[in-house]
Each structure stands twice: as structure tokens, then as C-alpha cells.
Design a protein around this ligand. Sequence first.
Ligand SMILES: *[C@@H]1O[C@H](CO)[C@@H](O)[C@H](O)[C@H]1NC(C)=O
Ligand SMILES: *[C@@H]1O[C@H](CO)[C@@H](O)[C@H](O)[C@H]1NC(C)=O
Ligand SMILES: *[C@@H]1O[C@H](CO)[C@@H](O)[C@H](O)[C@H]1NC(C)=O
Ligand SMILES: *[C@@H]1O[C@H](CO)[C@@H](O)[C@H](O)[C@H]1NC(C)=O
Ligand SMILES: *[C@@H]1O[C@H](CO)[C@@H](O)[C@H](O)[C@H]1NC(C)=O
Length: 427
Amino acid sequence: MMRSSLQSTLLALVIFSLVSTLLFLFYFKEETTLFGRHWKGALLLQQRVSNARHESDINKTELFPRGSTSTPLKCEPKNNILFLKTHKTGSSTIANIFFRYGDLRNLTFALPGATLLGWPNRFQVYFPFRLQTKQTPNILCSHSRFNKKPMNWLFPKRTSKYVTILRNPVDNFESAFSFMKLGNQVGVGNNPDSLQRFLKNGIPFTTMEGKASPLTRNPLLHDLGLSFKYYQNLTAVNEYIQFLDNEFDLVMIMDYFDESLVLMKRLLCWKMDDILFLKLNERQNEEKDTILTDDVRENIKRWNKADVLLFEYFNKSFWDKIENEGENFYKELATFRERKSEIKRACVTNETRLQTVYAAKRVKGYSIRSDLPKGLKTLCKKLTISSNAYLAYLRGKHNERLEKDVDEDKESWDLSKDLVYKPVQPV
Ligand SMILES: *[C@@H]1O[C@H](CO)[C@@H](O)[C@H](O)[C@H]1NC(C)=O
Ligand SMILES: *[C@@H]1O[C@H](CO)[C@@H](O)[C@H](O)[C@H]1NC(C)=O
Ligand SMILES: *[C@@H]1O[C@H](CO)[C@@H](O)[C@H](O)[C@H]1NC(C)=O
Ligand SMILES: *[C@@H]1O[C@H](CO)[C@@H](O)[C@H](O)[C@H]1NC(C)=O
Ligand SMILES: *[C@@H]1O[C@H](CO)[C@@H](O)[C@H](O)[C@H]1NC(C)=O
């Protein structure tokens, strides 16, 4: 009798735990399909649910957090970011987002002394402007060439997010070629047919090394740190792409700019207003009217084959990521676009004013409304100032802060008395 009642109790227990586990797994499944981005945290919970012996072992608040349909289980805004700023990818606009975010919160930037953080040299820890021992930099978002060890040292992987942006190599190369007048550097002039003439044969390595910008071939992979000697080595290029996939938390795609920013917002746990932007550093329309024939497009791809492989890989992983975000990603994207037009309407009157950036380079600029309230005016100005102007302002702010810091070497040892000098007294 004793034995069979024990058996039936055990049986009841087993059935109870099986049923409750299934019940919770069912709810959990709803949760993950509805809000796809929770799935990693949810997997952990799934394990805990499976391990739980009693229903009361399972914390329902944790499983179904209230009002958290668009934020993950635990989401703290990330302030430590390395943005590898690539060329001709909309990266100035993104740098402006980082400038504003860090400026508002008085974060420390790894700033260049002028415009570039040592580019085209590979990044070194001593490149940033007046970075003092007491400061840990929060944000790097100026042009630099990827260099794993020094970058990981200043921006430890464990506490930092690594972000960059790519663009389809046809438009990217055309834009670099025209913006930087690469034709002049390689002897085909700066005319509408220069690009086509350049692509007829390309150039040998010695010509590029001698007098042309390193952006003359595979500009994206160059900025991301691949050596020229691997440009025609398929194994090496594929290995390097895998390496980059490990190094970067998010690779955005300029062709899908708004989607990119919403992904970034989610990765960094930021607010919608943190990612607002107005397009910056855009070429004047007359510099943009080149129409590329199919042959030119195809040759751009063949000349920049390594960048094509890079782009294809990360364009795929980009859309995989968006799919994992679930349905509410698109709701957020729509809200973001509305908010962006609102801000543009509020700030800007005439879009076609030209702005001088870099030496003698003129790009599209904005005219700000004159009748704005003070807070909005400040926001509008910061949204539209050129990278160089913002950098100069941030360097000033950085200097001011350094001057306010007390120089420790000027403080007396008499602050403490524990180890005060007591010489032996002569007897
Ligand atoms: C359940 O989890 C929530 C959120 O993590 C926590 O605040 C609460 O104290 C937990 N409750 C129990 C009974 O452990
Ligand atoms: C940033 O610094 C300014 C000037 O020192 C100060 O007024 C402001 O409150 C600071 N902001 C934050 C968020 O710490
Ligand atoms: C190509 O790259 C791979 C991987 O880095 C290397 O092992 C191989 O020697 C390279 N091939 C040539 C011809 O340089
Ligand atoms: C990027 O990938 C998507 C989805 O596979 C594809 O539809 C699109 O054409 C790709 N974009 C470019 C610019 O190649
Ligand atoms: C906009 O700016 C352009 C160039 O400065 C100027 O020619 C034009 O008159 C302006 N339009 C308006 C509506 O202010």
C-alpha cells in the first residue's frame, strides 16, 4: 500500500511538472514570435522554465515584463561606442548623431587634432587629441582605419559596441571617384567620361601607391583595415569578412539608412530622438548627375571585387537581423520617419544653401528658420553643422574640461599625514 501511494504521488508530481512546463513553453512561444527580439533572453528563460520543478520557481514578472513590448528584458543605454567611419557612406550624418549624443551627456570623445584620426594610417592609441590618463574615451566616430589591437585596448569589447556602415560598391565607388576627384590623381582627368576611361584597364599597384588615394580600389575594405596584398586573394578576403563579422556588433547599410538607424537605436538602447538626423555632406546636384552605363557598373564591381563580397555578406546579415527584430520593427521605422519629417519641417527653410566643408569642398547645406525658440534653435543648429565645425566645438569643450581638472602633480603630499617623515633624532 505504502509503495503504491508513493508511486502515485510521484506520478502526479511528474505529470504536474510536465503540464506546467508545456503551459509555460506555450506562452513563451507566443512571446517570442510576437516580439522576436527577446529571443536570446527568452532562451535563457526557457532553460530556467524547463529546469523549474514547481510553478512557483518560475518568476512570471520576469517572463512577461509589463509594458516592455519594444524594449528587451534588460536595456541600459550604451555610451561606449566605436564607430568606424567609412568614406562616402553617409557616415558624416551618423557622426553628427554621435556628436550630439555625446555632447548632450558630456561624454569623452576620441577626437582628431584636425579632421582625420590618423587616416589612412592604421589607428594607434596615441592618435586621439589630448586624451589624458584619467579619461576613458566613450565615443570614437572620426575617420580612422580599423586596427584591432589598439582599438580593442581603448574600447574594450566587453564594455563597448562596435558599429560601422557600408554601401553598395557601385554607388560607393562612383561617389568616392567623383568627390575626391580620383581621376586627376591617376591621369584620366576629371570629366564625365573619366571613370569609364579609368575602368578600361584599372591601374597597377605602383600607380596607386605612388600618387593615388588608397580609396582608388576597395575603399570600404581599405577603411576596415584589409591590406592591399590581399585584394586579389579570395581566401583571405573571405577570412577577413568573417573576422569583421566577429569584431562588429552592427554593420549598417547606407542603402537602407533609416532601417540602419533603427537597428542601431535598438542595439544601443537609445531613444528615438537620439537618432534624428538631417542629411549632411551631400554632393551638389550637378556633381551627382553621372549616369552609369551597365558596362561601367559591371566594371566597378569587377575592379572592387573584394568590396562586392564584403557588401553581399553584410547586406544579407543586415536583413537577417531585421527579420529577427519582429513585426514591431516596422512600426518603429514608420514612427521614426514621421518624427524626422517633423523635425525637418520645424528647422529648415531652404535646402539648397551651400556649405564649405574641408578645404574648398562645397556640399549641400541648410538654412535654419530664424524665428525658432531657443531650445529648438540649438537642436536645429547642431543637426545641421558640418563635421569639422562640430569637431572644433568639441575640441574646445574637451580643452575646457582638461583645464578645470586639477593637475595632480601640483597637489601637496601634506594632504595626508600617515606616512609623514620623522627622521631619527641625533642622540
Ligand atoms: C521576479 O523578477 C523581477 C524582475 O527581475 C524582480 O523584480 C522580482 O523581485 C522577482 N520576484 C521573485 C519572487 O523572485
Ligand atoms: C554637461 O556639462 C555642462 C557644463 O559643465 C553642465 O551644465 C551640464 O549639466 C552637463 N550635463 C550633463 C548631462 O551632465
Ligand atoms: C591567400 O591568403 C591565404 C590566407 O591568408 C594565405 O594562406 C595564402 O598564402 C594567400 N595566397 C597567396 C597566393 O598569397
Ligand atoms: C540587399 O539584400 C536584399 C535582401 O536579400 C536584396 O533584396 C537587395 O537587393 C540587396 N541590396 C543591394 C543593394 O544589393
Ligand atoms: C534658396 O537658396 C538659393 C541659393 O542660396 C537661393 O538662390 C534661393 O533664392 C533661395 N530660395 C528661397 C525660397 O529662399
